[in-house]
Design a protein around this ligand. Structure first.
Ligand SMILES: Nc1ncnc2c1ncn2[C@@H]1O[C@H](COP(=O)(O)OP(=O)(O)OP(=O)(O)O)[C@@H](O)[C@H]1O
Length: 324
């Protein structure tokens, strides 16, 4: 649905995007995770052509957006909804009027706008606030209005620019769950940028990590979490620098799905006579149907002639094994 290929963008001496490839499939929630200055906003702005890349291709729903101008570009943009960190609502307009705005711009008459706005407010759970002004709403409610407005023109894709960064933890979770529900119920493709790991691990099917304008890794969130050396896994499991004492090695074991319940430590002790000890452990449930559980266990494994054999045995049984 969204395909970036070799996208480059430079501002004077700063390279904001340095050959970015990204593939967002129809109907998925895709997160681009990166720290401040990584190039996230620039990337998002190339998708709705608010920014022109110096080179490379940006296709949205099959259309090369970098090649469009004038009315074609306006039409393509109307198929792309956008939500922002600071909501960008019109302060002197009611909730209802804010949500109706894209419909007015699209030339819909008043009779058609009313029912559509009521439907949108119902979808985001704000039917009782139709006549309120933005100043009378909480941050989470304002973001719901912004989401309803972004959906008004029935976009193919929704772009989210740090939509939860200005919200508290509980409200963040509520807005993320709303986005996920809209993705499921409407089949809406969502591309979001964020610096918050939890956004990716809670609602994204796929993700890319952006650093200094480059995608350093990308893929399905469940696969990235399950991959022993992945950056996303390192951030998500957060096992830190805990290390085994000398004469033992530090080994991270990654489990997925059914393996999570297996007594791996007991097996190492009994089968290989290895006196392992647990240094740290964490479990993540990747988003997706049924929730996909991935666990990581950091062990101190004593030096023994059977250590190599034990680690091979784990690998053969499908565990991810990383000797640190
Ligand atoms: N209009 C501009 N003019 C000059 N430099 C820019 C411009 N926009 C972005 N940059 C630079 O490009 C780099 C990437 O910026 P960008 O805003 O895309 O990063 P970001 O990951 O979204 O960061 P943040 O989370 O802080 O918004 C930064 O070094 C930034 O200073």
């Amino acid at each position: 649905m969204i395909e970036l290929s070799e996208v480059r963008k430079k501002y004077r001496d700063t390279t904001a995007l340095d050959g970015v490839d990204l593939h967002v499939r129809e109907g998925e929630v895709y997160g681009v995770l990166g720290r401040s200055g990584a190039g996230k906003s620039t990337l998002l702005r190339t998708v709705n052509a608010l920014e022109r890349p110096d080179s490379g291709s940006v296709r949205v729903a099959g259309t090369e957006i970098t090649a469009l101008g004038g009315s074609e570009l306006r039409a393509a943009r109307s198929r792309i909804g956008m939500v922002f960190q600071h909501f960008h609502l019109l302060r002197n307009k009611t909730v209802e009027a804010n949500v109706a705005l894209p419909l007015r711009i699209a030339g819909k008459n008043k009779g058609d706008r009313g029912p559509r706005v009521a439907e949108l407010l119902d979808v985001v759970g704000l039917s009782d606030k139709a006549g309120a002004y933005p100043a009378q709403l909480s941050g989470g409610q304002r973001q719901r209005v912004a989401i309803a407005r972004a959906l008004a023109a029935e976009p193919d894709v929704l772009l989210s620019d740090e939509a939860t960064s200005a919200l508290d933890q509980q409200t963040t979770v509520e807005i993320l769950d709303l986005l996920r529900r809209l993705n499921r119920d409407l089949g809406l493709t969502i591309l979001l940028i964020t610096h918050e790991l939890q956004v990716v691990t809670r609602i994204c099917d796929s993700a890319a990590i952006l650093r200094a304008g480059r995608v350093v890794e990308s893929g399905k969130v469940a696969d990235l979490l399950a991959e022993p050396g992945s950056e996303l896994g390192r951030q998500a499991f957060h096992l830190g620098d805990t290390a085994a004492p000398e004469a033992a090695s530090t080994v991270d074991i990654t489990f997925t799905g059914a393996e999570v319940g297996e007594p791996v430590v007991a097996a190492l002790v009994r089968r290989f006579d290895l006196d392992v000890s647990i240094l740290d452990a964490a479990v993540q449930t990747a988003p997706g149907d049924g929730g996909f559980t991935v666990g990581r266990l950091r062990l101190a494994v004593p030096a023994s002639p059977r250590t190599g054999e034990a680690l091979e045995w784990l690998r053969a049984r499908g565990y991810g094994v990383e000797e640190r």
